[in-house]
Design a protein. Sequence first.
Length: 183
Amino acid sequence: MSSIQRFLSVALFAAEKHAAQRRKGAAAEPYVNHLIEVAGLVAAATAEPDTNLVVAALLHDTIEDAGVTEEELRERFGADVAHLVMEVTDDKSLPKAERKRLQIVNAPKKSVRAGTIKMADKISNLRAIRNSPPVDWTEQRKAEYLDWARQVVEGLAAPNPVLKAEFDSLMPSRTQPATDQER
Ligand code: ZN
C-alpha cells in the first residue's frame, strides 16, 4: 500500500469512528475536521517525514472519544502508532479535573513525538475557541482553558519549535489583561 493510500484509509477509519461526534463550538463542525487539522499541523512541523506520527495524529482521539482499543490500533496500524496514541490518551476512568491536572504533571515525561501531537491538538482547540467557541463558555472559562493549555505545553521537555511558535502566537499578549481578575 502506498503512503497516500495508507493515509486515506486511516483518515476514513478515523472519520467513521468519530462519525457521530461534532466539535463543541457553535459551528458544530464534524469531528474529522479537527483530526485532519491536527495531522496537517504535525506533518507541516516535522522536517523529516514521520509517517507513523501523522497516522497517530489522525487517530489521536480514537481511544479516548470513540471507543477504539489499544489492541485494535496495534493490529491495524502497528505497535508504534498504538503506543503514540496511548501516550496522548487520558484515563477516562478519572474525573475531568484530575485528568487535566495529570496532563500538566505528565507533560515532562512525554516523548518528543507525543508532545508534537499534543501541541498540535492544543493549537487546534485554541483556534476553535477563538473562531467558534462553545456558546455556553464565558470569557473566564476560555481564559482558564488557555492557561491550562499553556501549562501543559510549557511542561514539555523538548517542544517542536514550529508548533511552539504557533502555540505562543495564540496566547494573549502579556501586555493585555489575560483574565477578568487581572483587569
Ligand atoms: Zn483532539
